[in-house]
Structure formats: C-alpha cells, structure tokens
Design a protein around this ligand. Structure first.
Ligand code: ZN
Length: 180
C-alpha cells in the first residue's frame, strides 16, 4: 500500500528520472504515473514508477523508472484466454539494468542479492542491459529486473499488457498497489 501523501513525491522522483532520460511527458501523462510498491511498503527494495503510454487489445508501450537498486520482482506472463501470454521487448534508456532470466546461473552477478524468499528468486542468469540495449521476454519465461546503482529508465513494448494476470513468485506481493 502507498499513501496519497507518499504518492506525490514518488511521482515527482519518477518524473525526474524520465526527464534525465529525455522522455518528455504531457500533464495528463505526469498525473498518470503509477508508483507500484507491490504491496510490500519497501520502497528502496521493491518498487518502480510506471507510465503506460498506450495499452490496446493488441499492443502496449510503457516506460519504467527505477531508483538505485530497486527491483521488479520475479514473475512470468501466463496465457490469458486465447492469448498465449505477453511477449515484451524491454530496452534500457538510461544507465543500467540487470535482467534475470531462466538459464545457467551467473557465477558472479553484478546485481546485489534481493531481499526476498529463496523460492521467489529462482532464476539466476544475469543479462546486463546498458542504455540502448534491448531484450525480449517470451511468453511464460520467468524474469526479474534490478536497476543499477544510479537507477534506470526502461521502455517496454509488448503485446497487450494485463499486469493483474502476472504470476509473481513471491506470494507476499500484490501487483496492483492500493493507494490509501
Ligand atoms: Zn514481465
């Protein structure tokens, strides 16, 4: 949960990161930035700012702002009805992100260990994305994301996004953040 008092300064911080990445937003877009804390109320660890630019029945474009070391927890995009699951191309726009996916575990990962139960961090192949680097997440693939020490801005282009259907491996997490 995030309080209304917290929402405004967090949105301003996300906006500052977007501006640094030279992403300019309209007033409506600025007001629509979601601050997702995944119900953990652990802002420094597990949180991000989300701007949904477009999300139709067929496609979605979003920008994500992450503060230093913040994580998008491990999850996957399952089939929904006749849709085989979201396919997503993520492109780092500023600084660096550490992508974690299924595969052979990286022996000395550059990201710090997440503060989460072991069962919620089962994928350990690390892909480091610098500004301009893309990576494709296939439907059903387990994946997570952590910003580098200077934070990061990431653009995500995908088939239709239904975040509420994401399957998170940390059962303490809520994808949709309540605002009180
Ligand atoms: Zn995802």
């Amino acid at each position: 949960m995030i309080t209304k008092q917290e929402l405004r300064p967090r949105r301003s911080e996300a906006l500052r990161l977007f501006r640094k990445a030279k992403i300019h937003l309209s007033g409506k877009e600025r007001r629509s930035i979601e601050v997702a804390d995944f119900g953990r109320h652990a802002f420094a660890d597990t949180s991000l700012g989300v701007l949904v630019c477009v999300n139709t029945d067929r496609r979605c474009a979003k920008d994500l702002a992450l503060w230093s070391g913040q994580m998008r927890p491990q999850h996957r995009h399952p089939p929904v009805g006749t849709d085989p699951g979201k396919e997503e191309i993520v492109c780092c726009r500023r600084d660096r992100v550490h992508r974690f996916i299924e595969g052979t575990r990286t022996r000395r990962p550059g990201a710090r260990s997440p503060r989460a139960p072991r069962r919620a961090c089962t994928v350990g192949r690390e892909i480091v994305l610098e500004a301009g680097d893309p990576f494709t997440v296939r439907p059903g693939m387990r994946h997570g994301l952590q910003a580098g020490p200077r934070g990061a801005v990431v653009s995500a282009f995908s088939t239709r996004s239904t975040d509420e259907n994401d399957l998170l491996d940390d059962l303490r997490i809520l994808r949709i953040t309540p605002v009180a």
